[in-house]
Design a protein around this ligand. Structure first.
Ligand code: ADP
Length: 191
C-alpha cells in the first residue's frame, strides 16, 4: 500500500503513520526525520537544510524530491510506504506524480488529518516541553507560527490537488488518538 499522510505540524501524522507502518508492514518515510538526520550527520544536504529548517521554511524541492525518489526504491519499501511530510507544496506533488509514473508505482490514497490552527500551537509547545531529546530548533513560538503560515499557503493546496483526483480522505484529527487510528483503518479498508 502506497499512501500519503497530510496535515499541519502537530496534527499527529507521525504517530499515526508509525501505527499504520506496524500494522501493514509498510515504511513510514518522514522527510522531516530524514532531513534532521542529515543535519545531525552534517552531510552536504544537512548543511544546506539546517538554517532553513530552523526558521520553519521549506528546503528546496529538488532536495526532498531526490531523497524520496531514492528512498522508495529501497527493498524495505517493496510492500509499500507512507509519505509523511512530503509533498509539501504543489510543485512537489507534481514531481511525485511524474516520479511514480516513471517508476510504475500507483498511489493508493491520501489521508488528511484536519486540526484547527489554535489547537496546534498548544500541542507542539507541549510536545517540545515533554521531548526527551529536548525541543527541536524549530519548535520556538516564532518558527512555529511561521511553519503554520507556510502550511496554510503552500501545503493546504496539496490537499486540493489530491481532492481533485478523487483520492483524498479527510479525517478529524482532533479526536482521541485511538479513534483517529480506527478511522484510518476504516478508510484503508475501502481502498
Ligand atoms: P512538522 O510537520 O512538525 O512541521 P517535519 O518534521 O515534517 O515537521 O518538517 C520539519 C522541517 O523540515 C520543515 O519545516 C521543513 O523545513 C523541512 N521539510 C520537511 N519536509 C519537507 C519537504 N517535503 N519539503 C521541504 N521542506 C521539508
Amino acid at each position: 500500500m502506497k499512501l500519503i499522510f497530510l496535515g499541519p505540524p502537530g496534527a499527529g501524522k507521525g504517530t499515526q503513520a508509525q501505527r499504520i507502518e506496524d500494522a501493514f508492514d509498510i515504511r513510514q518515510l518522514s522527510t522531516g526525520d530524514m532531513l534532521r538526520a542529515a543535519v545531525a550527520a552534517e552531510t552536504e544536504i544537512g548543511k544546506q537544510a539546517k538554517d532553513i529548517m530552523a526558521r520553519g521554511d521549506l528546503v528546496p524541492d529538488e532536495v526532498v524530491v531526490g531523497i524520496i525518489s531514492d528512498r522508495i526504491e529501497e527493498d524495505d519499501c517493496k510492500n509499500g510506504f507512507i509519505l509523511d511530510g512530503f509533498p509539501r507544496n504543489v510543485a512537489q506533488a507534481e514531481a511525485l506524480d511524474a516520479m511514480l509514473l516513471e517508476k510504475g508505482i500507483a498511489l493508493d490514497g491520501v489521508v488528511e488529518l484536519a486540526v484547527d490552527p489554535e489547537v496546534l500551537i498548544g500541542r507542539i509547545l507541549k510536545r517540545a516541553e515533554e521531548s526527551a531529546d529536548g525541543p527541536r530548533e524549530d519548535d520556538t513560538e516564532e518558527a512555529l507560527q511561521h511553519r503554520l503560515r507556510v502550511y496554510e499557503e503552500q501545503t493546504a493546496p496539496v490537499a486540493e490537488f489530491y481532492a481533485s483526483k478523487g483520492i483524498l480522505k479527510t479525517l478529524d484529527g482532533m479526536q482521541e488518538m485511538d479513534e483517529v487510528t480506527q478511522q484510518i483503518h476504516a478508510v484503508l479498508k475501502e481502498i
